[in-house]
Design a protein around this ligand. Structure first.
Ligand code: GDG
Length: 726
């Protein structure tokens, strides 16, 4: 059974020291609950910071020893790490930036960045000390974005997952960060990358494409020859922990008093960590606006404002605290009476019993973050209404949870009037409407609870690891490459068919920049020098260009996807080609160019190609969709075919292809060795035209009719060089 190594900034415990004695308290956050409910047979290790700066060696050793028994591995951070890594890069750079608070992002502190790298490396070291082959590694959240790639470097075959608990911002925001590439590459070290919502996933994929040029197919991408899956895993809660029946309250309990108050007033609950992302001042002001607009609710509705202290060493949090204090003071002074305060304000963390009672007794919960990865409080509130079947949730559309809790009353947290009207609607909502809305949301939360969330993520990661293994079978490895080389060495009638762009030369933005380099010319020259080889370049390029570049070598050619062939001195045209269709198609393509700056038409003798390699991929795809219908109409009348290549579509006579050209060589005589290699859709025709015994190789990891896949142009050249080794 594989072990699961969880890595998060914080361990699920806090350490206390009383009279010199170390005390450990479990802190049961959502993650800890989800993981503890996982299959018991999976052994778990958890690596993280215990939450206190402990610099004494003896004390560190004692803690390490105590925690080891629980499967916890502490990472010790010193005061400087805490200031620069945790409060600095994590909470003054990534946190504000990813929540769209760019005005709070610190861009110019290199010691923050250095500390972030250093601490991620500390975590990597702990992984390296504990990792065993077959373990599953699951890295959590924004404090450890460099870690997946660091682990990958040490353990290239490890199965690594990464989950981001906060939003991933749109590319336009993400690109502003000076460390965008490093953070992106760090995360791309993982095999599976998870987000709470499809929007965050979409933003990440767009950043990966625009910053690192990595394309995806329904979230699957290939990173340095490794299959990576990007997907959505919305985090759930421990439903029944909140849904179970009410606890008995002692009259001395704070919760008891709140419960009594709720019998007389409508309670509107607000709970968050003190954080500028949570929209606390905006919410308080909207409540004031409500009292002003609907004074009939004065003394009838109370805002119960729970603010949990958080990150109090960061400036903005101190300023926010002062702002909240002053707003509450002002509104209570303005509207309060001797026996009623419009806002009951608690600035502290509440014990679970009190929290759970608040959820149960509040008629309304108003959760209006300006940005929030998910927001579990909203889900916990809904679960707590299992028994009473009464309660209304007002939820910000900017919280990830709004994607699932669609029966909540959804508001724009910046729109005070929207909140006021929604609050009125919530107060006046009848019981049956409350019941059906709650029921719908509860059904969803029961099904997709935190246990399913963790199980799903891990199961998907394990399936992916298996898929990677299966696809490796086709990847040309040492043994299969040796088979091909041995076959080459033991034969004397050899046909070698080579595609050009993307196979022998890397793919370039400028098509004219793909002139063959010295190394390639050397390889081709040597291959041709062996009289037992027939070497064919089978390309989509026009005959003039390919002739100019390689015509001086004793190669044979098929150009323009089989329109022209050259076996001796002269180019020969494929019989039966016509050109009468060109003006019609050309006018369609011209209008595409007009509307899509950066794209261009390539005029070939018997075909037309529309290239969009310089424009945005999505825009190119949209244009192709728009024009496919028109082209389909034209091509069906004129017996043409449309070939989709890599960022190019080509229109030409039907029945002319690289495959057809290939047959011209493969049928010409009895070869005892046939080898063909290519990288795009049009090369599939070549692979399909050849007998099963041929060695066919596809460049890249896409599915193919070829027998093998090979990584990159560099790998292709290395393989060809091995042919030539004596
Ligand atoms: C981050 C993302 C994402 C709150 N007050 C008390 C208390 N809590 C508990 C709640 C809840 C948790 O803290 C808060 O979770 P949230 O999801 O609401 O918010 P963040 O702390 O910002 O969490 C967020 C989350 O990660 C998970 O991926 O949803 O978007 O920002 O469970 O119950 N618990 C107790 N006393 C309190 O006073 N005992």
């Amino acid at each position: 059974m594989p072990r699961l190594i969880i890595i998060s900034n914080r361990l699920p415990i806090t350490i206390d020291k009383k009279e010199g004695e170390l005390m450990y308290h479990p802190s049961a956050g959502g993650l800890a609950t989800g993981l503890s409910s996982l299959d018991e047979s999976i052994e778990k290790l958890w690596i993280g910071w215990p939450g206190k700066a402990i610099e004494d060696d003896w004390e560190q050793a004692a803690i390490k020893n105590d925690l080891q028994k629980e499967g916890l591995i502490p990472i010790f951070l010193n005061q400087e790490d805490i200031e620069c890594f945790y409060e600095g890069f994590s909470n003054k750079v990534i946190w504000p930036h990813f929540h769209y608070f760019t005005q709070y992002t610190t861009y110019n502190n290199t010691s923050y960045w250095e500390a972030y790298k250093k601490v991620n490396q500390l975590f990597e070291k702990a992984v390296a000390e504990n990792y065993q082959e077959g373990d599953i590694i699951w890295v959590q959240d924004y404090q450890l974005m460099l870690l997946p790639a660091m682990i990958r470097k040490t353990f290239p075959k490890a199965s690594i997952g990464f989950f981001l608990h906060i939003p991933f911002p749109s590319y336009e925001i993400f690109r502003v960060l000076p460390w965008r590439k490093q953070l992106l590459d760090g995360v791309l070290g993982a095999d599976q990358i998870g987000f709470h919502t499809y929007n965050y996933m979409r933003h990440f994929l767009s950043a990966a494409y625009r910053i690192s040029g990595i394309e995806h197919n329904f979230g699957k991408m290939v990173v340095k020859g490794r299959m990576v899956n990007v997907d959505v895993f919305p985090m759930g809660i421990d439903y029944w922990k909140y849904a179970k029946h009410a606890v008995t309250l002692d009259p001395r309990d704070e919760a008891f008093k709140i419960e009594r108050m709720a019998r007389k007033k409508t309670i509107v609950l607000s709970i968050d960590r003190l954080d500028y992302t949570k929209g606390i001042p905006q919410r308080i002001k909207a409540f004031e606006n409500f009292l002003e607009t609907y004074p009939e609710y004065i003394e009838k509705v109370t805002l119960l404002l729970v603010v949990v202290p958080s990150r109090s060493n960061v400036d903005q949090y101190q300023e926010l605290k002062a702002e909240v204090d002053s707003l509450v003071g002002r509104i209570n002074g303005l509207y309060g009476s001797y026996d009623w305060s419009p806002i009951q304000y608690f600035y502290r963390s509440l014990p679970f019993k009190v929290l759970s009672t608040l959820y149960k007794v509040s008629q309304i919960a108003m959760i209006t973050p300006l940005r929030d990865g998910m927001n579990l409080v909203a889900k916990e509130y809904i679960a707590s209404k299992e028994e009473s079947e009464q309660g209304v949730l007002i939820l910000s559309e900017m919280a990830g949870a709004a994607n699932e809790l669609t029966e909540a009353l959804i508001v724009n947290p910046h729109d005070s009037d929207d909140i006021v009207e929604t609050l009125k609607k919530a107060i006046e909502m009848n019981s049956s409407e409350q019941r059906w809305r709650l029921k719908k949301m509860q059904d969803g939360l029961k099904k997709y609870n935190v246990k399913n969330w963790a199980e799903n993520f891990i199961k998907n990661l394990m399936d992916l690891t298996q898929e990677q293994k299966n696809s490796e079978v086709h990847l040309l490895n040492k043994e299969t490459a040796e088979d091909i080389i041995n076959a080459y060495k033991n034969t004397s009638q050899r046909l070698i068919i080579l595609d050009y762009d993307g196979t022998l030369m890397g793919f370039q933005n400028d098509p004219q920049a793909v002139v063959p380099d010295e190394e390639l010319l050397g390889i081709l020259e040597e291959l041709c020098a062996d009289s037992q080889n027939k070497v064919v370049i089978n390309t989509g390029r026009d005959k003039e260009t390919i002739g100019k570049w390689l015509g001086h070598l004793p190669l044979e050619f098929a150009a323009e996807h089989g329109v022209w062939t050259k076996k001796g001195k002269k180019w020969v045209k494929n019989p039966g080609l016509r050109n009468g269709w060109k003006p019609d198609v050309e006018s369609v393509l011209e209008s595409m160019v007009e509307r899509t700056p950066g794209s261009f038409i390539e005029h070939k003798d018997y075909s037309l190609a529309w290239h969009y390699r310089r424009i945005d991929k999505e825009l190119g795809a949209k244009r192709i969709r728009e024009f496919r219908d028109v082209l389909a109409y034209l091509t069906s009348n004129l017996d043409l075919q449309v070939l989709e290549g890599n960022k190019v579509i080509e229109i030409k006579n039907a029945g002319v292809s690289k495959g057809q050209a290939t047959l011209g060589w493969s049928n010409a005589k009895e070869w005892d060795f046939i080898f063909a290699i290519g990288d795009d859709h049009t090369d599939e025709d070549t692979f399909k035209a050849l007998p099963e015994t041929a060695f066919t190789v596809k460049v890249g990891d896409a599915k193919s009719a070829a027998r093998y896949n090979i990584g990159t142009v560099e790998h292709v050249r290395s393989l060809l060089k091995l042919f030539l080794e004596k």
